[in-house]
Design a protein around this ligand. Structure first.
Ligand code: IMP
Length: 433
């Protein structure tokens, strides 16, 4: 089988700038497809100097002639989708080339309510989810009772399935939350009814977009395809710092499952990392900086969650964690984003090279089950780094090359080196090295 699928994956805790890079690369492809995640993602791209945040629709939607696919592995909120459609149109885009996998599972208002309740029950131990219903909808998918977008083909079936599932959720909400009153029940029923009504309204627009994913990708086996990951490898449901993770797998294998293609179709794997690290939600960010360093990165990088608006924790680039992500994802290319945030700031630039644990042992290996035991971090310092300005092939400060070379050396066991640098939010602020 022809290898014609490249996969783009974040190698940190999400927010690596995937939207911008997909927007930039999408012109080289015939098809761009999302394969996991859902409205928890926030991919920012710039249109006429204005940021546009996409949650479920692929970041290629504004690229003329490219088919954008929401693959079966995605979980979709139809209400959020309607809002995104409006954003795309308002920003001069078109939905003409958008396709949606029939197997996409739908997020109902009661999934979001359950997400909120589960979080509140956890108290101090909450995961810090985006409250978009991600955990509960994946539970239903795995339990084989989820509602699929294909069910919208039959109005009766759709109506019955949503009511059945939402009544099940209401029972659960009542059982787990003694404050969930009769008026809450009625409110939830009303919101479910509104969701169904909205879905019926969107039906004529959505049905022609539906595809059988595996058939579509087989028929397009000679086309150039980019699979766009969401979140980041360190939030993988199995290989991240469980339970402070999302509910999907974030790897090239997940692209195969989410799009219905065999692994033999995968060609390149484009890994993305920021020049530093950020994280939202609960869990350990080993290199987190609380003082001026964290605040500087936060401010210069505008580090607020694109979906929830929460402040992101910021810290130095963590090479053991990046190496761990490379182990899972196997990138063949590495893109470093937001170099302009680190370079030209007043802070001393460093990268983490090893962890010292509370028992005094030292390790250069990130293990999600041991991160709570980290006591101190060993860093390699680069001192203050110069402002980058407008980079091109002939104008690259030697400090930038040294920074990238150091990263590449540390990742040499994984056969990957930094070969693209993004140094600003605009699509053309990228150089290849
Ligand atoms: P959930 O995916 O909403 O269940 O959230 C689980 C964890 O993943 C939380 O810590 C979220 O902050 C984090 N998370 C989910 N999606 C993203 C994302 O797109 N970027 C960064 N963090 C995310």
């Amino acid at each position: 089988m022809l290898k014609n699928v490249d996969v783009l994956i974040g190698l940190q805790w999400g927010d690596e700038g995937k939207g911008k890079i997909v927007d930039r690369l999408s012109g080289k492809y015939d098809i761009v497809a999302r394969f996991q995640g859902g409205p928890n993602a926030g991919h920012t791209i710039y249109r006429n100097n204005n940021p546009v945040v996409l949650h479920q629709v692929p970041s290629s939607i504004f690229t003329p002639g490219v088919i954008s696919v929401i693959g079966d592995g995605v979980v979709l909120n139809l209400r959020t989708l309607a809002e995104e459609f409006a954003v795309v149109i308002a920003n001069g885009g078109s939905l003409e080339n958008l396709k949606i996998g029939q197997g996409v599972n739908l997020i109902l208002p009661s999934h979001c309510k359950l997400d909120e309740l589960f979080e509140s029950k956890l108290g101090e131990k909450k995961f810090g989810t985006t409250k978009k219903g991600i955990g509960p909808v994946h539970e239903d998918r795995a339990a084989r009772r989820g509602v699929r977008i294909n069910d919208l083909r039959s109005l009766d079936r759709f109506d019955t399935q949503i009511h059945t599932l939402s009544e099940r959720h209401i029972k659960l909400l009542q059982t787990l939350d003694s404050d969930f009153s009769q008026s809450n029940v009625e409110d939830m029923r009303l919101r479910t009814q509104e969701y169904i009504a909205d879905a019926f309204q969107m039906r004529n627009e959505i049905l022609p977009m539906l595809i059988n994913c595996s058939k579509f990708f087989f028929e397009n086996r000679y086309k150039e395809i980019l699979a766009e990951g969401a979140q980041g490898a360190l939030l993988d449901v199995m290989h991240g710092e469980v339970p402070n993770v999302t509910s999907s797998h974030i790897s090239p294998a997940s692209a195969c499952v989410g799009l219905g293609i065999p692994t033999s179709r995968i060609r390149n794997v484009i890994g993305l990392c920021k020049a530093y690290v950020t994280k939202v939600g609960s869990g350990v960010l080993p290199t987190k900086q609380n003082g001026n360093v964290g605040a500087t990165l936060q401010e210069r990088g505008h580090e607020y969650g694109a979906t929830t608006g929460r402040k992101r924790d910021c810290g130095y680039l963590d090479l053991p964690a990046l190496a761990y992500a490379c182990r899972i994802v196997g990138p063949t290319e590495l893109v470093m984003t937001k170099a302009d945030v680190l370079f030209g700031s007043e802070i001393e630039a460093k990268v983490a090279t090893a962890y010292i644990f509370k028992d005094g042992t030292r390790s250069t290996v990130y293990d999600p089950d041991q991160v709570h035991e980290i006591d101190t971090i060993e860093y390699h310092s680069f001192g203050k780094l110069p402002k980058l300005g407008d980079l091109n092939e002939f104008n690259k400060p030697k400090e930038l090359e040294e920074y990238c070379q150091f990263i590449s050396q540390q990742l040499s066991d994984y056969g990957v080196s930094v070969n693209m640098i993004s140094f600003g939010p605009e699509k053309d602020q990228v150089i290849e090295i």
